[in-house]
Design a protein around this ligand. Sequence first.
Ligand SMILES: *Cc1c(COP(=O)(O)O)cnc(C)c1O
Length: 321
Amino acid sequence: MAALDGAEDCLVFNSGAAAIFAGVFANVKSGDHIVSVNAPYTWAQRMFDVVLPRFNITTTYIDGTKINNWQQATRDNTTLYYLESPNSWDFALQPIKEVAALAKTKGITTFIDNSYCTPIHQKPIEMGIDMAMQTATKYIGGHSDTLGGVLSGSKAMIKKIFDSEYLNIGSGIQPFNAWLLNRGLRTLPARLERITKTSWEVLKFLKQHPTVERVIFPFDESFPQYELAKQQMKGACGLMTMVLKTKKREEIVKFCEGLKHIMIAVSWGGHESLVIPKCAGIPVPDFDPLNHEHRYVRLYVGLEDPDYLIADLGQAFENTG
Ligand SMILES: *Cc1c(COP(=O)(O)O)cnc(C)c1O
């Protein structure tokens, strides 16, 4: 895993969430300040909002797309920059090289959640980031039947984490899970290649469909940071977010529930395609049809035939207003 990441060393955890926690926690102390991208992975955000404040560690969330925002949010006591590029809902990117360079001038440690790309499609360590994390639960496992997380960095950084948080929070991986991850790793490039091809077919179908207002995908020309995506990522696949034209929550639910083969679930990276509407996590009275994000429907494209997926999406659209 370290070789894939282009790093000196790495640690494998029993989940991605554990890798995030240990990597961040080992690098902050009471009184420190963190700058994080807006809306990072749920349990990263919970750590920033609920756990770290108990130790007098505060976090400022920023729109990480612009380097100036990082500069402006940095305080004298800022010790860590937290990146997630792309984000797994709207795929917002950070200019990774620039953020890493800025951090170096200020002696700030950098951490990135690289789960969407995996090191096959993006190598943050080579761009100057100190710690690159990916959940192995998703693309590395590849079959939705095991959990794991990988954290890569310098020998000194990995030793520091091993000697402190790693065993303390009980995050060593179980042998059978590790065995499944090893097996998944052997087909990772082949699966990503296949998912990339299928994603293009599905994207083309969604973009021309009259029920769909727009599709968000980092390698689509309409993506606001398309140029940056092409620069720092070798590929994009699997996850895309569509916004349906309907403003009604019931219609979004009807569409998702109308899918016959694509199941509703939060995860991704496995063999089977999945869908999850943002509104599933929003209490019904709080649903705001004017808020674009509330209408997001995230699709994960798995290993099925493109025609099979397109037919399923098509029949579900037919019954959607
Ligand atoms: C799923 C996920 C994680 C956490 O992974 P687990 O292995 O499930 O703990 C972290 N970041 C992103 C972007 C994810 O999608």
